[in-house]
Write a protein that binds this ligand. Structure first.
Ligand SMILES: Nc1ncnc2c1ncn2[C@@H]1O[C@H](COP(=O)(O)OP(=O)(O)OP(=O)(O)O)[C@@H](O)[C@H]1O
Ligand SMILES: [Mg+2]
Length: 420
């Protein structure tokens, strides 16, 4: 249990390695000669403080550097620049074993020839003997009794103290994860969800200072995924171990994280509690990534004091936008509207005329995709299930004005209304 701090962390890989890899798939005999000296930057200026006992989720699209960041903490990759601290220790140069960190991989990484019990015990047996605490016998006496009773029938043999403590710990963890009936099985005799819980159990049994989890649920079906998701959250709360959880699934991020760090192209875009990211995204990337279906973006022209105009509609934004828009007269901005903040309304200049192309009615709500009339803009809306909508219909969608977002097209940054 410890705080984890990243200070100006950079990571780059030799470009040659990457282009060689690409090249190899095409033609193994012709490596790229020009790429020898350059490096490819994969993580840039990562600054992040993760509190002791916090559940932090790293989320971002494929290739944005999430796994690399975890591997840096675990010591499986070397830092190019910056520092990583766990508790009050600088761990940059520590070997993985000395970091007191347990990692759960997407691919479980169980030993196929070992039973579930031995998989759980593996890391514990490798721990130092000093960690065998509260022994009833001194170590020399323990060893002596073990060898003296070795020839007796199994139930009468003395178990080494370390093994006894391992057994106790495993039995607790196995009960917690409901795998106590599976301890004698081999991994090949388990379902995906059971394997996943064993991999989790192996990390928990080590009682590390920090858990790292790299998309641990991606091999599970939807139902098991939701169940295991909740289980991990409950377990983490119970154990209070600082956890860094990587996913590219934003629903997982929203439901599991106390805070979420959204990453894109090797940089952290925004860090905050889930609803803060949803309500106040700092830029267009975060606005689009958090929320499902994603936010709609429509180019509009600002007319001061508080109007935004599109050829198909015209809105007057709430008063708190006045100050922000003061200097934007005539400027084009992106208007951001979440699908759930659109509702079916009457024909009016403030409403969006949308020609429906797809309808997905799932009972509790209806998802609609369509095109804003006489424009390029695709609009997604999430409307009440009572509306019977067909492809080809034209809907007038009204916007919940207190929920709109505005983004500056060049910088992609969000504009914010004045605080009230
Ligand atoms: N050993 C390596 N050598 C060169 N490039 C690498 C190496 N490892 C990772 N990369 C590159 O670094 C970038 C980040 O990779 P990383 O595995 O961290 O992404 P990720 O966010 O975990 O993606 P995913 O969601 O697909 O798992 C990718 O562009 C990848 O190709
Ligand atoms: Mg990854």
């Amino acid at each position: 249990m410890a705080k984890v701090v990243f200070e100006d962390v950079y990571k780059s890989f030799p470009a040659r390695e990457r282009s060689l890899n690409k090249q190899r798939s095409k033609d193994p005999r012709s490596p790229d000669p020009g790429a020898e000296s350059s490096r490819v930057s994969v993580l840039r200026r990562i600054n992040l403080d993760i509190e002791d006992g916090e559940f932090m989720v790293l989320v971002g699209p494929s290739g944005c550097g999430k796994s690399t960041l975890l591997r840096l903490i675990a010591g499986l990759e070397e830092l190019t620049g910056g520092n990583i601290r766990v508790g009050d220790r600088l761990i940059n140069a520590l070997p993985p074993k000395a970091r007191d960190i347990a990692m759960v991989f997407q691919s479980y990484a169980l030993y196929p020839h070992l039973t579930v019990y031995d998989n759980l015990a593996f890391g514990l047996r490798r721990m130092n003997r000093e960690e065998v605490k509260d022994s009833k016998l001194p170590a020399w006496a323990d060893r002596w009794v073990v060898s003296a009773t070795r020839s007796l029938p199994k139930p009468l043999r003395h178990r080494p103290e370390q093994e006894r403590q391992i057994r106790e710990r495993i039995s607790k963890v196995a009960q917690m994860l409901q795998i106590d009936g599976l301890l004698r099985r081999l991994p090949k005799e388990l379902s995906g969800g059971q394997k996943q819980r064993v991999a989790l159990g192996r990390a928990i049994a080590r009682n590390p200072q920090v858990f790292l989890m790299d998309e641990p649920l991606s091999n599970l079906d939807a139902k098991l995924r939701a169940e295991t998701r909740a289980q991990i959250v409950t377990l983490q709360q119970r154990l209070g171990i600082t956890t860094i959880y990587v996913t590219h699934d934003q629903i997982e991020a929203m439901t599991m994280g106390q805070r979420i760090a959204v990453m894109a192209e090797g940089q952290i875009q925004q860090v905050g509690p889930p609803l803060e990211l949803y309500d106040r995204p700092v830029n267009r990337f975060v606005a689009e990534f958090i929320g499902s279906p994603p936010m709609n973006f429509i180019p509009v022209e600002v007319k001061t004091p508080r109007s935004v105009i599109h050829s198909q509609f015209r809105l007057t934004l709430p008063e708190e936008w006045g100050k922000t828009l003061e200097h934007c007269d005539g400027k084009t901005l992106w208007l951001g509207v979440r699908p759930e903040h659109l509702q079916v309304g009457p024909a009016a200049t403030k409403n969006l005329p949308v020609k429906v192309s797809q309808v997905e009615a799932i009972g509790s709500e209806t998802f609609v995709v369509g095109q804003l009339l006489e424009s390029e803009e695709q609009i997604q809306a999430r409307i009440e299930p009572e509306h019977a909508v067909q492809p080809g219909d034209v809907l007038w969608l009204s916007i919940r004005l207190e929920k709109v977002h505005l983004f500056e097209p060049e910088s992609q940054l969000a504009l914010h209304p004045a605080e009230q």
